[in-house]
Ligand binder design. Sequence first.
Ligand code: FES
Ligand code: FES
Length: 930
Amino acid sequence: MASIAPISETKCLLKLVVNDREVSVVAPPAQRISRVLREQLGLTGTQVGCDAGDCGACTVLLDGEPVCACLVAVGQVENHAITTVEGLKSRPPILGRLQGAFLRHGAAQCGACTPGMLVSATALLERNASPSEADVMDALGGVLCRCTGYRKIVDAVVSVGSECGETSCPAAGASVGQRLVRLDGKCKVEGTEIYGADEIPTGALTLRAIRCPYDRARFRFGDLEAFVTANAGVEAILTAKDVPGEDCYGVIPRFADQPVFAHEEARYRGEAVAAIVGEAEVIESLDPANFPVCWEDLPGLKTIDEALAPGAPLIHPHRADNVLTRGRVVRGDVEKALAEADAVAEGEFETGFVEHACIEPEAGFATRIGDRIEIQACTQSPYMDRADIAKLLGIPAEAVRIIPTAVGGGFGTKLDLSVQPFLALAAWRLRRPVRMVYSRIESIICTTKRHPARMRCRAGATKDGKLLALDFAADFNTGAYSSWGPTVAARVPVHASGPYAVPHYRALTRAIHTNIVPAGAFRGFGVPQMAIAQEQLYDDLAIRLGIDPLEFRILNALDNQTPTVTGQVMGEGVGIRACFEALNSRWNTARVDAVEFNAKTSGPIRRGVGVAGMWYGCGNTSLPNPSTVRIGLKRDGRIALHQGAIDIGQGSNTIVTQICADALYAPIDCFDLVSGDTSITPDCGKTSASRQTFVTGKAAHMAGVELRRSILRLTNASEDAVIDFGERTLTIREGGKQRSFSLQDLPLDKYGYALTAEQTFDPPTSALDENGQGRPYAVYGFGAHMAEIAIDVELGTVRVLKIVAAHDVGRAINPTLIEGQIEGGVAQGLGMALMEEFFPGKGENLHDYLIPTIGDIPPVESILIEDPSWIGPFGAKGVGEQAVIPTAPAILNAIHHATGVRMRRIPATPDRIREAILAHYSSDPGATRG
Ligand code: FES
Ligand code: FES
């Protein structure tokens, strides 16, 4: 790189060369180039995930070398050449081929990391046209991705030199099952996707929240008016007094308990007590320490034990013992069965908080238009946002429009409101657009986390290996407000048996309030934590019985006629046995290899192989969760698909369209996608609970079938007729005859279409009785993972060598996107098993909070099993959350296989592993390693 000029403090005119064009900017020389690119030059492809050099999302080329744009001052690069993602297409020898490879390989999911990945890969490819996998991992090692598990990114970069580009559109009726590139992918690889922070309306004010610095504190404001007067550019301060409607929101209305701003007492560190709104530069330069508020630090309840202790203060006065809610599923006689069992295993397991670490921090803006409010922000649940904002403002739901931006990773945390209530209140009161972007630290401090869990369980089996009973109890630290605590407490007892026949069963759960940031939804709603306990316990039971752990699981796997622990008999589509059996040969080989390796080696490295299974109900637990899809035939012959399922990177925009296209029997390139916006799409519910492929996909299928019927009725054609969708013309062919008619002749309906079909699907479930018996889900997904690991028993470090992931997805609508979900789930499961733990008040950044990097992820072999569900579209089931569940327990079982050590406190960090190994060998000096 050329020499760099010293930084000057004065604001001045600077000349840069950006994407081969000379440009001039006026900026303080110390301003980061990421900001100059985004805000002055409109190049918002350069994403800002951390503003601290930790995530790599902002990577640009500076004189051909990748740098973090958030770490470089604009004054240092005058007259230097900067290339952003928007400028990559024209750089020889890449010329757009890299972007094409990303699309074909499914290497961009949410897309927030994609610009950083593409820029880093370009720098590599410019000096090495045929990089190896290791070269790619080295070059991209500074860019974090939370969605993909990196494998498809590596494949895409390696393939650039060898693959040709184009993919053709499948024929009518042939979209399902194809590896189509995502329909919304182009803007992700070209840097033109719009995320929450990417648009700044003209004249927008900026909002900054004042947050409690203590676990619990009473507070009193000073003279707020004087503060506004003294600070030119500050327009207003908002507090709880400024909420015009009912100041209580929450994702589950029955449990709603969260105010926009704390009233007199803040219940967790990071809770907002006020907001300052004003001109951006003024708000950014204010020191929050000067804000007029006095705090009285109060003792907070941080642990489950503290919250449950007799006499502990109640965090919510109406919730006795600080218990938010309980869950219960009971079947048979557990105590008797355990007493009669030939073998019993028992154990306690504990998991910590896990941070979602979406690469895109929460952001958006709100605008008041007359008596309506519009909010453009990242969200997973636009209609739920609409309902809560309407309640807070005291206006009808129809007066609230939610315009979802692209979501740069969600994983559950963007189901809850974040910036939206503040923006809505400010824009409503000030009648000016107001914008808010969480910093990375703010995002970590105040958005939801995965629930820490403390679990106790006992399981018993007969000597020939048949499971008899499971007794499971778990407490979840749900933090200061309810968020998704009730869902976790309800879902876990239904799933704690694992995908096995367990005739005698008791699973009891509690969600416990503490003075900690609320725990919420995170890919699996408590089931990943539960599986860590249950799958390790079953491994212990198998070992105790002298039965191979995979064989034990196959022996006990649910089948179509076996009642589940809620008494549900599925009848068809129970593919768990096939998942386990798909691992069989790999398992036998890997186990033998590991044992041989351990027998031969005398060093500290041991190898182990573990397995774990999972099942997961798609959709809400025993609650309605309908999706409505509308499709309209336009006069130009194209088809508008109004689907409100938010694509957070998982691919619903593509998958739902594939389903609808085949139901209608139309080529997928006839479709125009209309996504998300509450004013133009019907409600497709939230993107969570692995429900969009199943529920919204089913509604899209039904709407496609209905539109097809309506078209055929126009010509009295039978169901077997073929429809050709021409430009402004439809042609119906049947029995050697054909009839064409002009769409221009059809009158437009109330939606502005020549023909419209709208359908709603709500999965058939039933309420659970007092013992949790009933039919909580219409469809379950199943899966089994096998992990091969190497562990250094002296250092306690674990390297995952390979994951094999078999998933019953019912029908693989788009295998590439499904593999992407599996690989991304594996990466998050690996992080959960080995490294990820959030400690409130500590390490609230991506430097200290570690998520897996490209170098941590092993090869992942995905095996797709297609045991069709009775009701899913083309038999499809969900896979988004399923993919994360079995990875951690499979790795933990592999650690046990390698060392004989059972990890009970997760994540299994090197210090904990080392401690457990020392304890194990000191308590049993004769124990053999492995
Ligand atoms: S935004 Fe620059 S490294 Fe994260
Ligand atoms: S695709 Fe990489 S962070 Fe989402």
